[in-house]
Design a protein around this ligand. Structure first.
Ligand code: KET
Length: 462
């Protein structure tokens, strides 16, 4: 912190005033710089009469830095923690909770960690591209172990700092090698996408996705916006369980999206943060990516194990870039490593070992699938119960069936900002301001309370 020794006269609002007068003015004006004399506050000094001396004035070099706003998603959890109301409910961040609303560590994760302890594995640095066993199983999980792409070594896979870090690394590659190309992102999308591309200096624009009238997909809008984009743009697609809407294209619609992307020579970029969480099946949730890959298209896929293995804080995921040849894949991988090295050097090992132990071990893999079905099933059951409660409580005839049509962790309620604020201020239900609620943070016991809050906010707040 900057601490400049200044003569009092030069630091004073007016050099002709006495020290005490100067101090009074300075306190009244509420100046933020604290004036210290030999380490003690002037405010605590009772009698001080000498007028000429040198004092230390702390002048921050960071004075021009303004306070950043809280994060629209992670900031919600901070506000929730500060609330002491007994009915408070955190439906902000997409993180799975048990029926008792407690965080959940999967049994397969505990087993994988026990294996790691038994093997007394070391903590040496990983290579820049991450743990080889992890990269192998993660690409297999995404594309299918028997996919020819893998045998042909056409996938450049690099372990990333979960989904976010993997997206960010790909964005850095786009900025370096596709200068000027823009990325199309859905409207709406996960709040962090725009930040990621902004920080990487990749230009973006939006394509239509959500239609508030039908509370469904604006498929025609989406297709025409993708068509209208300059040839060779990147198109960011949510592989499954679109965040925040919970609305995914049908398999037929995916085919048409792939047609347009191919016609336009665009590059599809999948963000897959919820594999297994949409349908309960890992393969089914990878089908959009596999459909594009089967057409021989070059594409990018960012993966995350935050949700499906509950490894939120381990920061484990990957970026996969499918290339037309193994040669291109090797070069792309080398450049991803080159970008990663000065950014974070190499990735953490703990989560990578957990994933490779679970996905690479048939017994644990099957157990994982069962646990994932259990988690996805719990979310489906609270979704149904919330819908039933809304229908029972709301006598206005409003159709709430869109809640049942949405999939994944979230429900996009259609509540506007003021209504969402009412949910929090009056009902202590914490959620993002776009009207999204995380059903993964809801218990059956709280469905009725939540339905009361939604009905009140929807009908009594404009
Ligand atoms: N993509 C999407 C679509 C996404 O929803 C998230 C996280 C991520 C990537 C990145 O997750 P990571 O933990 O970096 O692998 N979404 C939840 C948490 C967050 O905002 O960070 C959320 O929307 O609540």
């Amino acid at each position: 912190m900057a601490s400049a020794m200044l003569s009092l006269a030069s630091a004073s609002p007016s050099a002709s005033l006495s020290l005490q007068e100067n101090l009074k003015i300075s306190w009244k004006r509420g100046t933020s710089s604290r004036i210290n004399f030999l380490g003690s506050d002037f405010s605590k000094t009772k009698s001080f009469t000498r007028t000429s001396m040198t004092v230390a004035v702390k002048v921050s070099r960071f004075n021009d830095i303004t306070m950043a706003p809280p994060d629209p998603i992670l900031g919600v959890s901070e506000a929730f923690k500060a609330d002491t109301h007994e009915m408070k409910l955190n439906l902000g961040v997409g993180a799975y909770r048990t029926e008792d609303l407690q965080p959940y560590v999967l049994n397969v994760v505990k087993k994988a960690e026990n294996l790691m302890l038994e093997r007394e594995e070391n903590k040496e640095y990983l290579p820049i591209e991450g743990l080889a066993a992890f990269n192998k199983v993660t690409a297999e999980l995404m594309f299918g172990a028997d996919n020819a792409l893998i045998q042909q070594q056409r996938v450049a896979t690099v372990q990333g700092l979960s989904g976010t870090g993997s997206l960010r690394l790909a964005a850095a590659l786009m900025e370096r090698y596709f200068s000027g190309a823009k990325v199309l992102i859905s409207s709406p999308t996960w709040g962090n996408h725009k930040n990621i591309f902004n920080d990487a200096r990749v230009p973006w624009s939006e394509y239509r996705y959500y239609d508030p009238k039908t509370v469904g997909l604006d498929f025609d809008g989406m297709i025409s916006d993708i068509k209208a984009a300059p040839d060779g743009s990147f198109v960011l697609l949510h592989g499954c369980a679109h965040n925040p809407t919970g609305i995914d294209p049908t398999p037929e619609q995916w085919e048409k999206i792939a047609d347009v992307i191919q016609e336009k020579n665009h590059i599809p970029f999948f963000d897959v943060a919820y594999q297994g969480f949409a349908s309960g099946s890992l393969d089914e949730d990878a089908s959009s990516v596999r459909l594009f890959a089967a057409r021989g298209m070059e594409l990018l896929v960012a993966q995350s194990y935050s949700k499906n293995l509950g490894l939120y804080a381990e920061r484990i995921g990957a970026i996969n870039i499918v290339c037309a040849s193994s040669d291109a894949a090797a070069r792309v991988k080398s450049q991803l490593k080159r970008l990663a090295r000065p950014m974070y050097s190499n990735p953490p090992i703990h989560g990578a070992r957990i994933v490779s132990n679970v996905v690479g071990n048939p017994e644990l893999f099957n157990e994982w699938k069962e646990e994932m079905e259990m988690m996805a099933g719990r979310i489906k059951s609270v979704r149904q119960k919330l819908y039933d409660s809304l229908c029972a409580k709301d006598k206005s005839g409003k159709d709430w069936s869109f809640i049942l049509k949405q999939i994944g962790m979230f429900s996009f309620t259609g509540l506007n900002i003021t209504q969402s604020e009412n949910m929090t201020n009056k009902w202590h239900v914490y959620m993002t301001k776009d009207g999204r609620i995380s059903l993964a943070g809801l218990s059956s016991a709280k469905c009725e309370y939540l339905a009361d809050a939604i009905v009140d906010s929807y009908h009594n707040v404009k």
